[in-house]
Design a protein around this ligand. Structure first.
Ligand code: ZN
Length: 442
């Protein structure tokens, strides 16, 4: 009956990227609740469903279309099914309906069905979310009488920089080298591969299931035709500046139906081996894309799984980046720094925030947001994980405060406020550098 855990993890993703630059407008204030920017459109399942106000207004009372009701009926059948044979019966019908809705651009029907099930039937919601993601990111295309499985994939890259992390068009030569390395180390021998010629920031990824599906089909056709997909970056949203953030290579592969997709689907391949070779051989090809950045390539995977993996890996990564950044900019050692961890609450726990400053003072120089992912809540063992990462970075003083901080942002610039050692939520401000203008903007 599918990967229930995976779907529930997908319910709430926001990948805020962690460290917010000491510059204004780091937070996307257009997003309801000010939760920061979105990592993927899967976020919409989550936020839309998780907000109690929205749930009441838009799903429970509202009539939903015939198609949305049918999605609910089929997903409920699938969730209650007792075996693989019955699963296959429901999955075939559900898949067919979702394919039609994706093709027709019926995003509202998909979301209405998800919203309603979120309120009434969590297992069915997860089955439906799983199936919609699968149908958006994969499909079958025919060429010359032969059928091919198509999979949209994503290769996340974690990066940080004191300056800015690039996003944008990828030069032809670089694109070709990346394809060679991905083809050799990450995908199966028979896979035909196409990439978009664009390094995406989180804000620029497709935001809806329909858009994701469209991109899958375009890239799949490109893979079969042996070409890449040119993207007009001028239509994409501007990239917010963060000290630590994620970038994505997006592409699709085509394999003859039923053949191996990834290198680790082959008898002599493993995920670990694929990642090791991708970092070793692909890393140098990525350098021209990420000039002036420290970066860590993650393993390519199916589109939605890779987005989730990136959201999860970016949390400890941004803590490590923050400590490295503070050491280089302030001249302090890790031992001379203090981190204060606090939980920030709206109706419930929204996220943890970590304020960094000198051990011998109260100042907060820098902050990191640690968003909750998937089904995480107050009961999850998160502060221990944060503390472990910081201690690995060399910090001797990590203070976890028990108090409930209000979910507050700076009125002027929208930056999150961070906990200090006194238990106050304050604006992070870097110490003034010699011969440099003050970084305090307000
Ligand atoms: Zn501010």
């Amino acid at each position: 009956m599918g990967s229930r855990t995976k779907a529930r993890e997908g319910m709430r993703m926001n990948g805020q990227g962690g460290i917010v630059e000491e510059r204004p407008v780091a937070i996307d204030v257009t997003h309801p609740g000010g939760r920061g920017r979105l990592a993927t459109m899967a976020h919409f399942i989550a936020t839309g469903s998780a907000d109690p106000m929205k749930r009441t207004r838009f799903s429970s009372r509202k009539r939903i279309s015939t198609d949305a009701a049918e999605l609910g009926r089929l997903a409920t059948g699938l969730a209650e099914s007792g075996g693989k044979l019955e699963d296959a019966f429901w999955e075939a019908q559900l898949g067919e309906l979702i394919d039609r809705l994706l093709h027709d651009g019926a995003e509202d029907d998909l979301n209405a069905a998800l919203d309603r099930l979120f309120d009434t039937n969590a297992p069915a919601h997860d089955e439906l979310a799983d199936m919609i993601e699968a149908r958006a990111e994969s499909g079958v295309l025919s060429m010359q009488g032969q059928e091919f499985d198509i999979l949209l994939f994503n290769v996340p890259l974690l990066a940080w920089s004191r300056f800015s992390i690039p996003a944008g068009t990828i030069a032809q030569g670089t694109l070709q080298s990346l394809k060679v390395q991905l083809g050799a180390h990450v995908f199966a021998a028979g896979a035909q591969l196409a990439l978009t010629d664009y390094l995406y920031s989180p804000d620029q990824l497709p935001r809806t299931f329909v858009d994701t599906h469209q991109l899958m089909r375009e890239l799949g056709a490109a893979a079969l035709a042996g070409r890449d997909l040119k993207l007009d970056g001028s239509t994409l949203p501007e990239t917010n500046r963060f000290l630590s953030d994620t970038r994505y290579l997006v592409g699709a592969i085509a394999v003859r139906r039923g053949m191996p997709v990834f290198r680790w689907n082959e008898a002599d391949g493993t995920r670990e081996g694929a990642l090791r070779e991708w970092i070793k051989q692909g890393g140098p090809c990525l350098e021209p894309l990420l000039t002036g950045c420290a970066f860590q390539p993650l393993l390519a995977d199916a589109y939605h799984a890779a987005c989730r993996q990136a959201d999860s890996a970016s949390r400890p990564y941004s803590l490590r980046a923050s400590v490295a950044f503070l050491q280089t900019t302030t001249g302090k050692t890790a031992e001379q720094l203090r981190a204060v961890v606090g939980g920030f609450h709206d109706q419930r726990l929204e996220e943890y925030r970590i304020g960094f400053g000198p051990r011998d003072g109260e100042a907060v120089w820098h902050g990191v947001v640690w968003p909750l992912l998937g089904a995480e809540d107050e009961g999850s063992e998160i502060t221990g994980e944060i503390e472990n990462v910081l201690r690995e970075c060399g910090l001797k003083e990590v203070v976890v405060l028990d108090q409930r901080f209000p979910f507050e942002f700076c009125d002027d610039c929208g930056a999150p406020l961070y906990p200090n050692i006194e238990g106050d939520a304050v604006h992070a401000e870097m110490p003034e550098e010699k011969n440099a203008p003050s970084q305090t903007l307000h």
